[in-house]
Design a protein around this ligand. Structure first.
Ligand SMILES: Cc1cc2nc3c(=O)[nH]c(=O)nc-3n(C[C@H](O)[C@H](O)[C@H](O)COP(=O)(O)OP(=O)(O)OC[C@H]3O[C@@H](n4cnc5c(N)ncnc54)[C@H](O)[C@@H]3O)c2cc1C
Length: 384
């Protein structure tokens, strides 16, 4: 086993580091859950795209940099090490992009991917409905074929950044007689289409990070369908494991949080050490972030050898979401009674992060559902 980086990988790291040093905004951007912050982040992404860094693993001709997954991990390490802005178009770049690369037509790739890489198009994800969350196969919103269009009626909910995005990808029931995961179709819907109503939903931190989206006889061209009619479940699931198992949360993000946690602990060591379990929490956070990093390199090595990610991706999703919670809870304990003072500069990011960490065990498939998947598909246990 060779754990060293190749000269080519080291050169790439040096190049990325230099570019980020010269380009990362000096002052933090406003929250992307506000109109102003969304536009600031979009402008930053466009700058990244200019250097091919917004979607490094995509082919160069489609707006990416043609990197492999090891180079993607290196890019992420450099990106998080300098606290570069959070990525606002993750839906488009991490979820839709790989799906389109696998299932899209050449026309669809050329039409959508370069615009998405530049963040000319910003994407919301339309899976969840009021009665279809964990049980996604219960999707009831309909898309019925009428000539060269589908006509959509129904409702999506919890759609992250749908308030500001201009496109949504989603699953809709195209066969009204179908049940469960049959008869669903994967469609790309412009959010300014006639018949769409978008209502904001506030999250725990008071920002409008989500929206519910209503469809009332919305017409969408057949050209906006990814994969075959009725095969939407297969298309959506093909990339879900990749999302949970690797792309959505790179290890560098948690290594950066662990480093900040150690720094916080050192600044408050005298008081923090009155409770030895706090120091244990800091150590555990550090070790788990390193373990997650090594596990990710292992996963990537397997993928580069041609393996595919299976149900074990669920273990990963549980691990990073619980690690994030544990790190932020430890930070809250170090900050003590000050931890609720959102305007305190030392507290602000930890408290925001703590609130967001509560959602980790829910989004991208709740951790209870991931445990069901592990029990049934990895361990082969009976359903009941
Ligand atoms: C921050 C955040 C961002 C999100 N962004 C999006 C988005 O952009 N697009 C989108 O479509 N959705 C999005 N979601 C929605 C998310 O996918 C759902 O919240 C999630 O799938 C759970 O569905 P639900 O909320 O309907 O809860 P439910 O499915 O009603 O579940 C409620 C509870 O019951 C548990 N449960 C349910 N079924 C089982 C079972 N069979 N066994 C054991 N336990 C079970 C769940 O784990 C959960 O704890 C987001 C959610 C969050 C928190």
């Amino acid at each position: 086993m060779d754990l060293d980086f190749t000269p080519q990988q080291q050169a790439m790291r040096t190049e990325v580091r230099g570019w980020l040093r010269d380009n990362v905004p000096q002052a933090p951007l406003a929250s992307y859950d506000t109109r102003e912050g969304f536009e600031q982040h979009r402008a930053w992404e466009a700058r990244l795209a200019g250097a091919g860094y917004s979607s490094v693993t995509w082919p160069k001709e489609l707006g990416g940099r043609g990197c492999d997954l090891i180079e993607w991990l290196i890019f992420e390490e450099e990106y998080h090490a300098v606290d570069a802005p959070m990525r606002v178009n993750q839906n488009g770049i991490l979820l839709l992009g790989p799906t389109m690369l696998e299932f899209g037509t050449a026309e669809q790739k050329a039409r959508f991917l370069p615009r998405t890489a530049r963040c000319d198009d910003m994407w919301a994800q339309g899976w969840s409905e009021p009665n279809a969350g964990s049980d996604m196969a219960a999707i009831a919103s309909r898309a019925i074929r009428d000539g060269n269009d589908y006509v959509i009626n129904g409702q999506k909910t919890w759609s992250t950044r749908a308030l500001f995005a201009n496109w949504m990808f989603g699953l809709f029931r195209s066969d009204p007689e179908s049940t469960r995961h049959h008869g669903l179709t994967y469609l790309l819907v412009p959010l300014d289409a006639v018949g769409i109503t978008i209502r904001p939903i506030k999250t725990l931190n008071g920002k409008q990070a989500f929206a519910e989206v209503f469809f009332d006889d919305v017409r969408v061209s057949v050209a906006n369908r990814i994969g075959e009619e009725g095969q939407g479940w297969h298309v959506a699931m093909a990339t879900a494991g990749f999302e949970r198992g690797l792309l959505l949360r790179s290890p560098a993000r948690f290594q950066r949080t662990a480093k900040r946690l150690v720094e916080l602990y050192r600044r408050h060591q005298a008081t923090a050490d009155r409770d030895p379990s706090i120091r244990d929490g800091v150590l555990k956070a550090w070790m788990d972030a390193e373990a997650y990093n090594l596990a990710s390199y292992h996963t990537v090595s397997q993928l580069l050898k041609g393996h595919r990610l299976g149900a074990e991706a669920s273990t990963n999703k549980i691990f990073w979401s619980e690690l994030d919670l544990q790190m932020h809870e430890t930070a809250m304990r170090i900050l003590g009674s000050r931890a609720e003072l959102i305007d305190d500069p030392e507290v602000h990011d930890w408290l925001e992060g703590f609130l967001f960490a509560q959602a980790g065990p829910i989004y991208a498939g709740s951790n209870e559902i991931q445990r069901n998947i592990i029990a049934e598909r990895v361990l082969g246990l009976p359903k009941s």
